[in-house]
Ligand binder design. Structure first.
Ligand code: PLP
Length: 427
C-alpha cells in the first residue's frame, strides 16, 4: 500500500519519511548548511535543476523536505515546501505568480498580518488588491476581477473573525477567470478540511498554530494541488510558462509539469532570493506536532464547542462567534466544509466593553493572556486593550471589533476546568 492510500491518521504519524533498513526511525535533523560532492559536474547538475539533491540549506534541506512531504500527503497535494513563518508562506504563494502590475482578489476577512502584507507591502511592490466580503454574491465576486488578476485568496476559517470561506464559490470564480485559488488552511488543518477537495489550487499554513500545536516553533508551509493548468493560461503566468534566464532557460511548467512547477519555482527563485527557509531544528519540532495532529484536533473542537455553548448561556455575554454553534451565522456553511468541526478558537463579546474584558481576563487562572492562538494551552486576548489598543471605541466598532470582544483559543485541558475558570472569572 502507498502512503496516499492510508487514512489521514496514519499519514500524520508515518507520512513523509520511510526509513530504509538500519536508518533512523525518527526523521533525522540534518543540521548542516551545506552538502559535499565528489565533482563539480555532480554539483552543476543540481544548480541546473537537472538532478534533485541538496547543496545549500537556504534553498532546501532533507529534514524540511521529509516534513513538507508529510504535509503534502495530509492535504492531498503533489508537492510542498516549508517556510520560516506563515507570513513567508502567504507571501511566497502569491508572489510566485504575481509581480508588479498584477492584481489579487482577496477575502477581506483574513489574518491582520496577511491583510497588511497584501494591502500595504505587496502594494509597494506594485501588486494591487481588491478585497471582497467572504459573504459576497457570485456577481459581486466576479465583478472584483480585472484583466491583470493573477490569484484569489481566502482563509478557510478566518483568524480572528471566524468567518467560514465558501471555497467552492471562490474556486469557481477564480477558475472562470483562469487563475488559481490560494487558501490559508491554518485554523482547521487538513484534519478538519482539505481545501483541494473543494477546488482550491494552492494551500498555505502557519504551522506555528495547530500543526506545531505546542507554541514551540514559528513556521509555514505551501502545498500545491498539482491541478492548476498553468500552460492553459500561459499569458497570465510568464514566470511559470516562459524560460527562466536565471536557471539556464528552464520553463518550470514544461519541465516539472502541473504537479511540480509551482513549488520548484518558489524554491529555485523565491527561497534562493529571499531565503525564508525554516530551520531543520524547527521542522523536526513541527513534525513532532504533526504526529499527534489527528488526536489533538478533535479535542480542540470538543473544548471549543463546550466553551462556546457555555458562553451562550451566560447573562454577561452579549454574543458568541463559533461556526460549530447552531446559532452561528456560518453554521450551515461550516456543516458543509467542516463536518467534524473547525478548531478551538471562539470569540465572544462581554457586556461592559474594554473595562469588563480587562477585569474578566485578569481573573482567569487556566487561560493565559497571550498574543497567540491554537496551541495546547488555553489562551485569550482582548484586541481593544492589546493588538488594537491605539484605536478608539468608535474606530473599533467601524472595524467590526467591539471593545468587549475576547478571543479565546481553547487548548487541550479538561473542558470542565476551562468552563469553571470562565464561570469564576465572569462572576
Ligand atoms: C498566524 C497566522 C498567519 C501568520 O503566521 P506566522 O507563522 O505567525 O507568520 C497567517 N495566517 C493565519 C490564518 C494565521 O493564523
Amino acid at each position: 500500500m502507498k502512503m496516499r492510500d492510508y487514512s489521514i491518521n496514519t499519514k500524520c504519524v508515518q507520512g513523509g519519511y520511510t526509513p530504509k533498513n538500519g536508518e533512523p526511525r525518527q526523521i533525522p535533523i540534518i543540521q548542516s548548511t551545506t552538502f559535499k560532492y565528489d565533482t563539480s559536474e555532480d554539483m552543476g547538475k543540481l544548480f541546473d535543476l537537472e538532478a534533485s539533491g541538496y547543496f545549500y540549506t537556504r534553498l532546501q534541506n532533507p529534514t524540511n523536505d521529509y516534513v513538507a512531504a508529510k504535509i503534502a500527503e495530509l492535504e492531498g497535494g503533489t508537492a510542498a515546501m516549508l517556510t520560516s513563518s506563515g507570513q513567508a508562506a502567504n507571501f511566497f504563494a502569491l508572489f510566485n505568480i504575481c509581480e508588479a502590475g498584477s492584481h489579487i482578489v482577496s477575502s477581506s476577512s483574513i489574518y491582520g498580518g496577511t491583510f497588511n502584507l497584501i494591502s500595504v507591502t505587496m502594494a509597494k511592490m506594485g501588486v494591487e488588491a481588491t478585497f471582497v466580503s467572504p459573504d459576497c454574491t457570485e456577481e459581486e465576486l466576479n465583478a472584483a476581477f480585472k484583466e491583470n488578476t493573477r490569484a484569489v485568496f481566502g482563509e478557510t476559517i478566518a483568524n480572528p473573525a471566524l468567518t467560514v470561506l465558501d471555497i467552492e464559490k471562490f474556486a469557481k470564480a477564480a477558475h472562470a477567470h483562469g487563475v488559481p485559488l490560494v487558501v490559508d488552511n491554518t485554523f482547521p488543518t487538513p484534519i478538519n478540511c482539505r481545501p483541494f477537495e473543494w477546488g482550491a489550487d494552492i494551500v498555505t499554513h502557519s504551522t506555528t498554530k495547530y500543526m506545531d500545536g505546542h507554541g514551540a516553533a514559528v513556521g509555514g508551509a505551501i502545498v500545491d494541488s498539482g491541478k492548476f493548468d498553468w500552460m492553459a493560461h500561459a499569458d497570465k503566468f510568464p514566470g511559470l510558462c516562459t524560460p527562466d534566464e536565471s536557471y539556464h532557460g528552464i520553463t518550470y511548467a514544461e519541465k516539472f509539469g502541473k504537479e511540480g512547477a509551482f513549488i520548484t519555482k518558489a524554491t529555485a527563485q523565491l527561497m534562493r532570493d529571499f531565503g525564508c527557509i525554516q530551520s531543520p531544528q524547527n521542522a523536526f519540532i513541527l513534525n513532532l506536532g504533526l504526529e499527534s495532529l489527528h488526536v489533538r484536533m478533535p479535542r480542540h473542537v470538543e473544548n471549543g464547542l463546550a466553551v462556546a455553548e457555555f458562553l451562550s448561556t451566560c447573562d454577561d455575554v452579549e454574543s458568541v462567534n463559533y461556526p460549530g454553534l447552531e446559532t452561528d451565522k456560518y453554521h450551515e456553511i461550516a456543516k458543509k466544509y467542516l463536518p467534524n468541526g473547525g478548531c478551538g478558537v471562539v470569540s465572544f463579546v462581554i457586556k461592559g466593553g474594554r473595562t469588563a474584558a480587562e477585569a474578566f481576563m485578569k481573573k482567569l487562572k487556566v487561560a493565559a493572556i497571550e498574543t497567540h492562538v491554537a496551541d495546547a494551552r488555553t489562551c485569550c486576548l482582548n484586541p481593544a486593550t492589546s493588538t488594537h489598543r491605539q484605536m478608539t471605541d468608535e474606530q473599533l466598532a467601524e472595524a467590526g471589533i467591539p471593545a468587549g470582544l475576547v478571543r479565546i483559543s481553547c487548548g487541550l485541558e479538561d473542558k470542565e476546568d476551562l468552563i469553571a475558570d470562565l464561570r469564576q472569572a465572569l462572576s
